[in-house]
Write a protein that binds this ligand. Structure first.
Ligand code: ZN
Ligand code: ZN
Length: 597
């Protein structure tokens, strides 16, 4: 127990660095009682349901089910950073609670292969004891391929499941059922316990005419419902859209029209993981005598996995290499790439910037954005679209034409799911908080009593019993962990604040020499600045600042070798800071360097 405590302290610090004051409070109250942690699960009867992410946000889906001293995990996704987080690659769930309770983890069920459900695995699995993963064939392929980029990590233990598979993990008996989404091998979960059955929908639509898979098996859903559903946990992504989601069949027909009417090259962008869409494109390319060129590593990886698994079939000559584009006529080219979200490093952005070696835009090119825009990316996508128009391309966007289906059911479908399952209790998953609230309203419409539907945010703990479903006062640390390059959680609040300050007002470096004998400044101080003002055009300001620096040093340095460099630096930071603010209304980061001579 002692050694374990040590590890806890150490590892707690590393990801605690980014916690805000609220979660620090959560953390300390959680730390105060490590001794009776085990008994805490026994004293509060019932199944604890703890989202670590994905509720109140789009992405970072991860959930804990804790019962009888066992923890079952569902999904481990990532989320894109906000605009106020310069340099951050991803946000992932906080691992502290799981790290402290690793021995309780019986496994992780992964519903499907989208990054908001699998993306955090390489960054967190080694920290939580490398738990077993249970998932479909395609998802296993995607997770394993991605893990190859992290060769220094432990090998993952992945068990393949299929429609109807049953497994027992601690007190949970799990059964998988196929759900329609815009990626194959997507599974909903039935989790049976001695208190009752829990159903997790995964992401889903009730598309009656999907193009790459059979539609939803409603008989199966009815059978699941007939066994009684204590709690339904359901995808809320489409909860704010009226009616039904667009069928993939309509998307296919509209894409077909674009292929028919385009005389130039076709450049289609979507998510790499949106394999169903890429599959449609391949089919259309073959129909309209175009060759496929794949842009971007992730796109190539996904297609390679899907081809190996027999999920994407293309004639041997259909997919060609990028350097062969020059041998083709314009109406023979179909370039498929990532970047529909305006991602900086994706192929579409490179093409727009004229940085893609084998493909330079020209008039008559047709660009298809076949994916909806993730909240927060709207502005970047708009700038990208403008740039493409500027270069004479014809842009097709999902808002102009149904060339994208979100893969998430809209209100009518969500209502239907609740009506079929007739659960006693309801919990909305996957979505911004407004979507969760809307989804609980739909649940009410479908006959669930108001106090029986709970929208829970990450870190909150809900306790489920046969007759009650309540939020407990207990909390689990769930603030996000930031990933920057290879660093996980090492960029905290302070580093981020520095980056924000540098991004907003730049920096101002003062290098000055102090004569320790005389207690006076020696020579004229050097000043370097970046992102603050253009120094050459600010001679007057610089002159004034230099004089002030010398004044400050002469005043604060003691004589006869007793120079207090820390004190001088503080004075420089404060006084020069307020002088610069008075003159410019800006607050650059001031870095004083004091050299004693
Ligand atoms: Zn999904
Ligand atoms: Zn999702």
């Amino acid at each position: 127990m002692k050694t374990q405590n040590n590890i806890k302290q150490k590892s707690g610090n590393s990801s605690n660095s980014q916690s805000n004051s609220q979660s620090r409070r959560q953390h300390s109250s959680f730390r105060k009682k490590p001794a009776n942690q085990k008994s805490s699960t026994q004293t509060s009867h019932g199944i604890k349901i703890i989202p670590l992410g994905g509720t109140g946000e789009v992405g970072r889906n991860m959930m804990i089910l804790e019962y009888k001293n066992s923890i079952l995990l569902i999904d481990a996704g990532l989320r894109m950073p906000e605009e106020s987080m310069p340099g951050i690659d991803y946000l992932i769930p906080n691992t502290n609670y799981l790290k402290d309770n690793k021995e309780k983890i019986v496994g992780c069920l992964v519903t499907h292969g989208h990054l908001d459900h699998i993306g955090a695995i390489p960054y967190m699995w080694h920290r939580i004891g490398n738990p077993r993963i249970f998932t479909g064939r395609l998802t296993k392929g995607i997770i394993s391929k991605r893990q190859e980029e992290f060769p220094f990590r432990q090998k993952l233990d992945i068990t393949e499941i299929k429609d109807g598979s049953r497994i027992t993990l601690g007190p949970f008996q799990v059964e998988f059922f196929r759900q329609v989404h815009n990626i194959l091998d997507n599974f909903g979960l039935i989790i049976k316990t001695d208190l009752g059955n829990l159903v997790h929908t995964s992401d889903f639509t009730f598309d009656q005419t999907p193009v790459n898979e059979p539609p939803t098996d409603f008989n199966r859903l009815q059978q699941i419902a007939n066994q009684g559903v204590l709690l339904l946990m359901a995808d809320s992504t489409g909860a704010e859209h009226e009616g039904k989601a667009i069928s993939e069949k309509i998307v296919f027909d509209n894409l077909d029209k674009i292929f028919q009417e385009s005389e130039g090259r076709i450049i289609a962008s979507t998510f790499a993981s949106h394999i169903s869409r890429v599959k449609q494109m391949i089919e259309l390319a073959e129909k309209h005598n175009r060759k496929i060129i794949l842009g971007g590593k992730s796109m190539k990886d996904f297609i390679e996995i899907s081809k190996t698994l027999g999920m994407v079939k293309a004639k041997q000559e259909t997919i060609i290499k990028a350097d062969q584009i020059k041998n083709l006529k314009d109406n023979q080219v179909c370039f498929i790439c990532t970047g529909a979200q305006g991602e900086e490093n994706a192929s579409l952005m490179k093409i727009a910037n004229g940085e893609y070696r084998n493909l330079y835009l020209k008039k008559g090119d047709a660009i298809i954005f076949s994916s909806s825009v993730i909240p927060g990316n709207e502005r970047t996508v708009q700038i990208l679209k403008d740039e493409l128009y500027r270069q004479g391309a014809k842009v097709y966007h999902y808002q102009m034409m149904d060339i994208h289906s979100s893969g998430h059911g809209y209100q009518e479908e969500l209502l239907e799911m609740i009506r079929i399952m007739k659960p006693k209790f309801f919990m909305p998953l996957h979505g911004q908080f407004s979507m969760l609230v809307k989804h609980t309203e739909l649940a009410e419409q479908a006959g669930i009593e108001k106090n029986k539907a709970l929208a829970i945010e990450p870190g909150q703990v809900a306790v489920l019993n046969r007759d009650t479903f309540q939020i407990s006062p207990e909390k689990v640390q769930a603030n996000y962990v930031m990933v920057d390059g290879l660093g996980i959680g090492d960029v905290g609040e302070i580093v981020l604040r520095d980056r924000q300050q540098l991004a907003q007002d730049g920096m101002f470096v003062i290098i000055t020499q102090v004569d320790t004998q005389k207690g006076k400044a020696k020579g004229s101080p050097d000043i370097i600045s970046r992102g603050f003002v253009y120094l050459r055009e600010s001679k007057d300001l610089l002159k004034e600042v230099r004089q002030k620096i010398i004044q400050i040093i002469d005043k604060s340095a003691g004589q006869g070798g007793a120079v207090n460099a820390t004190y001088i630096k503080d004075e420089l930071r404060n006084q020069i800071g307020s002088l610069l603010f008075k003159k410019t209304q800006r607050r650059p980061m001031i870095l004083p360097v004091v050299i004693e001579v």
